[in-house]
Ligand binder design. Structure first.
Ligand code: PEP
Length: 266
């Protein structure tokens, strides 16, 4: 049974002075059984969020790591530096692909570093609008997956709890979402790429695939109704406790239904 996950990407928002209080409020408002909750604040807020979430069963994630272990990389943070601060990390977000020119090979190197440091990675993939309109979305995402994952240690990725977030670029921060049917079809295509192209076989079925792109409490139900989608990577709405409460409450419904289908308690 794949977990149901709501991951908050706070992007370049909050400060060390206010992040802890926001995280604590969200934690208190989202105490639902069966949902994995993750908050990814800016690096500079990690310690405050970690302290605020102590004992609250909400994981802390970073939004990026450098691909090297250390050295002359001014302004960068390595995966090993996050020890004790974060247990998850977002990699390959489209804003970093666009603004920092991250390519699939580089993202693959970051992935390997993250796993060696014991971090649980969320690998973001997704097409731009022109690619979707040209009918190339699945091909683009498959290329991103192959570029980042080829030659990687599959067992290590699975043991790390590797997660993929399908985030169509045109849906991020725009108020536009993919249709739930298109998102579900992409989640299936992602697992098919892992299984066949990358040789993961039946292990592909155990990889959680999240949808991201203008997710809110009002629309998350459509995505969570799809069996192939295992939660959301949420940007803007994740800064609002009411929105987080609504999204996690809806995710708990799916978690409970999945547990019941397997004859397990949520
Ligand atoms: C994101 O940052 O990953 C994201 C999906 O943002 P938003 O929810 O604001 O579209």
């Amino acid at each position: 049974m794949r977990p149901v996950i709501i991951a908050a990407n706070w992007k370049m928002n909050t400060t060390p002075a206010d992040a802890g209080e926001l995280a604590a409020t969200i934690a208190a408002r989202t105490e639902e059984p069966g949902v994995v909750r993750v908050i990814c604040p800016p690096y500079i807020c990690l310690a405050a969020v970690r302290d605020a979430l102590a004992g609250k069963n909400v994981a802390v994630g970073a939004q990026n790591v450098h691909h090297e272990q250390g050295g002359a990389y001014t302004g960068e943070i390595s995966a090993s530096m996050l020890a004790g601060l974060a247990t998850w990390v977002i990699l390959g977000h489209s804003e970093r692909r666009r603004d920092e020119f991250e390519d699939d090979e580089l993202i693959g190197k970051k992935l390997a570093r993250a796993i060696s440091a014991g971090l649980r990675p969320i690998l973001c993939v997704g097409e731009v609008l022109a690619e979707r309109e040209a009918g190339r979305a699945v091909e683009v995402v498959a290329t991103q997956l192959r570029g980042a994952l080829v030659g990687k240690d599959v067992e290590a990725l699975l043991n790390a709890g590797f997660v993929i977030a399908y985030e169509p670029v045109w849906a991020i921060g725009t108020g536009r979402t993919a249709s739930s049917a298109d998102a579900a079809a992409m989640a299936e295509a992602i697992r098919a790429t892992l299984a066949a192209d990358l040789g993961w076989g039946h292990n592909a079925e155990s990889v959680p695939v999240l949808y991201g792109g203008s997710v809110t409490s009002a629309n998350i139900g459509e995505f969570l109704a799809e069996h192939s989608i295992d939660g959301g990577l949420v940007g803007g709405a994740s800064l609002k406790p009411d929105e987080m409460a609504g999204m996690v409450a809806r995710a708990a419904v799916t978690a409970k239904a999945r547990a019941a289908a397997e004859g397990k308690p949520a």
